[in-house]
Write a protein that binds this ligand. Structure first.
Ligand SMILES: Nc1ncnc2c1ncn2[C@@H]1O[C@H](COP(=O)(O)OP(=O)(O)OP(=O)(O)O)[C@@H](O)[C@H]1O
Length: 445
């Protein structure tokens, strides 16, 4: 067997003879470290998956250094080996309970220790395999469910075309991710990708932001400005929340889609622009057309290739993968002792309806990684223990979504000391969307 373990032997060699553990366990290769710094080095040099921390009697334990060591190497399963006296110390017990896979009582029982090492190694391997499958797939998206495989198949075909795309899906499902993926896999990948949130630009500025303006076009137009569409020339423009585009601006976009040319505000010369348009909306544009808030002709121009991103509740089998992926991506922010999810937490996640979709999952997991007080994140850490008392069991999807958004935003505002820019960044929202939600949910700032 080539399994390698690390032995962190933290006593001073001149005071205690070296631990005989490695000699007792055949079939294992050992890297020996006498300080946490040396242990970091050994771990970097060797493929270590199991670490044994020997805590000698009557020496103070540098828990802060041990916690840094274990948190920096979440791929390793840790075992504490110590005498019964040391193991009975409260701080040692707390460290083992929060951070370690197991403990071993000294003097060593070689057979038992070999079994514990084997289990720890197996668990580390298993975690490694799960981690492999949680890496984003070829489109940079996490998910292997049937709806996602269908989506990837569609993206493959759409990326090879140059026609406009309409991406539909609920908020937080990954529409922007889909737009980026289409661009990156298209022949325009090396050219600009410009994302515009149509709902975030003040109505009076939309036209000049999208199409630019000439010097002197209006008071304050001291010099020519190139608009967002023109600056994406050769590449792709992603028009998010297209349903929020004011009716008057829709006609200019229609003209651009028909004639592939734009006119800057205050300009009189049409400018040819070669840009692929990907538009996204979480509102039903057919209904908006029926309600006459969205131009029918523009709808048909945009709706050439349509992609629908499935809501998370229709692909609950991906929740596990997404949670593990998220844990890995935000590992540097987590509380040092947090090592993963409890089984109950995973079960609670796979039963939940995720009205806020992947964005909500990311926010809940990130919060839990920071706030959890145990080694494994619990369902309570994810705020998924029981329906909130404010959310009746019969709450509509809309009410449930509002409640979740209210909890997450309130919490993020609190953590970020009411700083809107930081809170918006943490929640993956634009500042204007955050303001809109704060007003809608009547949150106090
Ligand atoms: N399948 C996925 N894999 C990995 N991350 C995802 C996936 N889907 C969404 N995300 C992440 O979830 C968050 C929300 O995604 P995105 O902004 O693309 O959603 P959206 O549908 O455009 O939302 P909105 O309609 O509110 O603008 C982002 O952080 C995104 O990276």
């Amino acid at each position: 067997m080539n399994s390698r373990a690390l032995l962190l032997y933290s006593s001073e060699p001149e005071r205690t003879s070296p631990a005989p553990l490695p000699d007792l366990i055949p079939g294992w290769q050992w890297s020996i470290a006498t300080t946490p710094a040396c242990a970091h080095q050994q771990i970097h040099n060797h493929n270590v998956r199991v670490g044994v921390i020997h805590l000698p009697p009557s020496l103070p334990v540098a828990f802060d250094q041990l916690e840094t060591l274990t948190a920096s190497h979440p791929q390793i399963e840790w075992i504490v080996a110590a005498s019964p006296d040391v193991l009975s110390e409260t701080d040692v017990g707390r460290f083992i309970a929060s951070t370690c896979f197991d403990y071993h009582t000294l003097p060593a029982d070689p057979d038992r220790l070999a079994v514990t090492l084997g289990h720890a190694w197996g668990r580390a391997q298993m975690r490694e395999r799960c981690r492999d499958t949680s890496r984003p797939g070829q489109f940079g998206m996490v998910g292997e469910s049937a709806p996602m495989l269908r989506l990837y198949g569609n993206l493959e075909k759409i990326s090879n075309s140059d026609a406009p795309v309409l991406v539909q899906g609920e908020s937080g499902t990954g529409k922007e991710l889909v737009a980026r993926a289409i661009h990156r896999h298209s022949s325009r990948a090396q050219q600009p990708y410009i994302a515009v949130n149509c709902g975030a630009i003040p109505v009076n500025l939309i036209q000049s932001e999208l199409f630019g303006y000439e010097k002197g076009a209006f008071t304050g137009a001291n010099q020519r400005k190139i608009g967002l569409i023109e600056s994406a020339n050769g590449g792709t423009v992603f028009l998010d929340e297209i349903g929020d585009l004011p009716f008057e601006s829709q006609v200019m976009l229609l003209r651009f889609l028909q004639e592939h040319c734009i006119e800057r505000v205050g300009g009189h010369t049409p400018i040819n622009v070669d840009v692929r348009v990907i538009a996204a909306t979480h509102v039903n544009l057919e209904l908006a057309v029926a309600a006459r808030s969205f131009r029918e002709d523009l709808f048909y121009r945009l709706n050439v290739l349509r992609v629908t991103v499935p809501p998370l509740r229709e692909r609950l089998e991906d929740v596990d993968l997404l949670a593990d992926w998220c844990f890995e991506v935000f590992a540097s922010e987590k509380n040092a002792h947090v090592q993963g999810f409890s089984l109950r937490a995973k079960q609670a996640m796979s039963r939940y309806g995720w009205p806020g979709n992947v964005r909500e999952l990311i926010n809940r997991v990130r919060r839990a990684m920071v706030m959890s007080e145990s080694r494994l994140i619990t369902a309570e850490d994810l705020l998924l223990d029981a329906p909130s008392s404010d959310t009746p069991a019969s709450a509509s999807l809309e009410e449930a979504r509002d409640q979740v958004e209210r909890d997450l935003i309130e919490h993020a505002l609190q953590i970020n000391k009411q700083n809107i820019t930081e809170t918006a960044r943490q929640l993956g929202l634009s500042r204007s969307t955050l303001y809109r939600l704060i007003n809608k949910l009547e949150l106090k700032q």
